[in-house]
Design a protein around this ligand. Structure first.
Ligand code: MG
Length: 464
């Protein structure tokens, strides 16, 4: 739970266990040393809450604008009233009331009030169409300014589930090696075994029922398939069955450096080959990382997984900065450090261990394929966990903010023209005055044009 690794980590006597630790076989005595608010999970919840509380509320563009707008309109209306009252033609106080009311009506900030919510609403709808769910307007406003993306590895860059990588046979054919191993592995519930069985099924190999299946946690499995003694596991298991895995040692080391888990296979007391399983990259990841790089963003990987695997994945994707073996509190510390250096940071992750960092980043981006905790801590969810969604979200953010500015600009321009006319500045020259009725009509039309402009966001082109 705390590292997000795709393969279970073995525990032995005396080890500390946390939520999501599973008892594979045999008896287990656990002593609770921390309960309630002292548990690791409660502390993560605490970190999330703290990060959310410490967010400075963003003062919205429209709020700032509205504050001065309201003051200005009242000032103009009051001035109109007195100027007409004291200096206007008779009946001067009737003119004063009508014109002051016209000013207030034409300045009714409907367009101003609609300017940003309409853009945000249409943008959220557009995002939902392409698998990007925004939880709040703030995320839309902030995303375009992001310059750094911190990514989790397992489940974010990768599928988060081990899959067959390669088989190196010694004596048998590759299919036969896989068939024997998968036949035995059918009896195992280990994720690595599941990956082997899935690959055998994909190749339509005919599996046989194993006999005398025996599993030693952390070492491997043994049993008989069609009369042959099969052992699948690590070097320790090979020693136990009297097989020297040295001929495959170099291959195994190379695969491990690439981040794969390696299992040796022995058949009837002889080395038959090795099988490698690894957590594959999502198909969309390389394109997404390349696009983020092209957009000038720097990408930092922070994973609870070991450094070997972390570097292996980072090398393939061209990610320059890698942090491995990080705990949940380290992830949020990294976010805070980068923010303190003046970076605007987005965090993308899927796990419980990512939750504090998701809540603490300028924008938290959760994978829809991940945990509920991650999604509720983040402001943006990528529905299928497709990282290209970040690029789309940024495009939506930039277009939406531009649209909001156009709307605000329009609402302003409109008032800058309408309010003086309603106040009667043209009266001395042309005798033109707006009745409150005409003012109301004009005010409505300005709202319509703001809505129409916002709707253009719905057809935003996002196919990169
Ligand atoms: Mg993860």
């Amino acid at each position: 739970m705390l590292t997000g690794e795709p393969v279970p980590v073995e525990k032995s006597q005396g080890a500390t266990v946390i939520g999501a630790t599973m008892n594979g076989s045999g008896g287990l005595v656990i002593r609770a040393t921390k309960v309630g608010s002292e548990t690791v999970l409660a502390q993560i919840v605490q970190l999330v809450a703290q990060a959310q509380r410490s967010r400075a509320p963003m003062q919205r563009m429209a709020d700032k604008v509205a504050f001065w707008f309201v003051l200005a309109v009242f000032a103009v209306a009051i001035a109109t009233f007195f100027i007409w009252g004291f200096m206007g033609p008779a009946p001067s106080w009737t003119y004063a009331v009508l014109n002051a009311v016209s000013v207030l009506i034409i300045a009714c900030p409907c367009a101003l009030g609609l300017a940003t919510p309409m853009s945000i609403m249409v943008a959220m709808g557009r995002g939902a169409h392409v698998g990007v769910l925004f939880r709040d307007a703030e995320a839309i406003e902030r995303l375009r300014r992001i310059d750094t993306v911190i990514v989790d590895k397992t489940g974010t860059l990768t599928e988060g589930k081990p899959a067959f990588r390669t088989a190196i046979p010694v004596s048998l054919t590759e299919d036969e090696l896989l068939r024997l191993a998968a036949s035995l592995d059918q009896a195992s519930e280990h994720p690595l075994a599941d990956a082997i069985v899935a690959e055998a099924r994909r190749r339509n190999l005919v599996l046989e029922a194993p006999d005398g299946f025996e599993s030693s946690t952390g070492i491997g499995v043994r049993g008989r398939v069609a009369g042959q003694a099969i052992a699948i596991g690590n070097t320790a298991l090979m020693k136990e069955v009297g097989v020297d895995p040295a001929p495959l040692g170099a291959d195994a080391e190379k695969l491990r450096l690439e981040g794969a888990s390696v299992m040796f296979v022995a058949v009837d007391g002889a080395l038959a080959g090795l099988l490698a399983v690894a957590d594959p990259l999502k198909a969309s990841t390389p394109a997404a990382i390349a696009a983020l790089h092209a957009a000038g963003l720097s990408i930092v990987m922070a994973t609870g997984d070991g450094l070997t695997t972390a570097h292996a994945v980072a090398r393939v994707l061209g990610i320059d900065e890698v942090h491995g073996e990080v705990r949940p509190q380290d992830k949020i510390a990294l976010v805070q450090r980068l923010r303190a250096q003046g970076h605007r940071v987005a965090m993308a992750g899927d796990g419980i261990n990512d939750a504090p960092a998701l809540a603490g980043a300028d924008v938290g981006i959760a994978m829809g394929t991940g945990t509920d905790v991650a999604m509720s801590s983040a402001q943006v969810t990528l529905v299928k966990g497709d990282l290209r969604g970040i690029i789309r979200a940024r495009a939506i953010s930039a277009a939406t903010v531009a649209n909001m500015k156009q709307n605000l600009g329009f609402a302003f321009l409109y008032n800058a023209l309408g309010v003086p006319i309603a106040a009667g500045v043209l009266y001395p020259l042309t005798g033109l005055l707006l009745t409150p009725m005409i003012a109301a009509l004009a005010m409505s039309l300005s709202s319509v044009s703001v809505v129409a402009n916002a709707l253009r966001l719905g057809t935003l082109d996002l196919d990169q």
